[in-house]
Design a protein around this ligand. Sequence first.
Ligand SMILES: NC(=O)c1ccc[n+]([C@@H]2O[C@H](COP(=O)([O-])OP(=O)(O)OC[C@H]3O[C@@H](n4cnc5c(N)ncnc54)[C@H](O)[C@@H]3O)[C@@H](O)[C@H]2O)c1
Length: 346
Amino acid sequence: MNKPLNGLLIGCGFFSRNHLHGWSDVEGAEIGAVCDLDPARAEAYAKEYSIPEFHVDASILKSGAFDFVDICTTMDTHEDLVALAVEAGVPVIVQKPFAPDIETCRRIQANAEAAGVRVMLHENFRFQNVFRRLRDILDSGEIGETTFARLSWRNDIDVYTNQPYLTKTKRFMIMDVGIHMIDLARFLMGNADAVTCLNQSVKEGIAGEDAATMLLRHDNAATSIIDVSYASHRTPSLFPQTLGEIEGRLGTVQILQGEVLRIHSNRTTRDEKVEDDGRSWTSEPWIQIQDSVPKTQQHFIDALRSGQAFETSAEDSLQTYSLAEAAYQSADTGKLIEISSLEEVD
Ligand SMILES: NC(=O)c1ccc[n+]([C@@H]2O[C@H](COP(=O)([O-])OP(=O)(O)OC[C@H]3O[C@@H](n4cnc5c(N)ncnc54)[C@H](O)[C@@H]3O)[C@@H](O)[C@H]2O)c1
């Protein structure tokens, strides 16, 4: 039996509670220390989650004690923290958003690649059970080659109380939730090479957009519409569900409320209710998201051990973040942005 890999978790804030719970459900890994700039937070999280050590300085990564690092801080800190891990030769799983713009994402990725240090984005939506099942249905060929997708995330959850920095984030909605949807669109529909986008700031007093509508052109000429909003008032709230549909040449799969997939093929229709795994620490309304965290972490550990590619490696994720960059450029210019035009900027 292999010894569990020993990890350092950096960032003891709002979302890292889910990471710490998640790691306790992962096979083959454990968190040996937590780190936060705020010593009281680091100490409190170490105590609450029975972690042996806490630190305030991330350069503890250079101690040689860690087999991996889990970075759960906001995007503005990722370049420096990943660079530190790269210098220490420690593999990284880093939360989305990767970085505020594509140039920074590219620098982080190139630096890690040059040093041969593996980096994966913690992109958990594609690891939700409902989307793994949907991927299986697409792979079965039941609805044929995909031609159209609509992925819709609309709710009015109060993100601002738990994550006050979001009110000041200039690139807000596309980076916060749109990035999950772009990754899902790529996971389900394949790569895309052009984007148009319109952004809206509905809530008053925030620095960025809180709603965005994107249109992606995929490599096989299929299209995806992605719409995301934190300003959509409905009862009951749809948070944290992604709804929509995928059409193929032979049928359609609808993604309905309550993690139900409705499959139309061969002139028949059937519903499949997809269940989340039961975990002692998950709670409404977050279950669907929380449940996907240990699945994302397990993929990281399994791929680290086996040497297989990460589904959302830093390199692969450059395509996701290029599409987000193109969406912002499109919203600014009112034009369709070809991804190839971003590459020419280098
Ligand atoms: N995947 C998801 O479903 C999901 C959901 C929510 C948040 N997130 C992401 O998680 C990330 C963290 O968000 P959050 O709301 O928990 O942030 P937060 O501000 O609550 O916590 C971040 C913590 O990191 C610490 N920190 C910052 N720089 C540090 C450094 N150099 N060394 C040590 N500690 C440092 C801060 O002191 C803070 O305690 C964000 O990128 C956010 O987008 C992801």
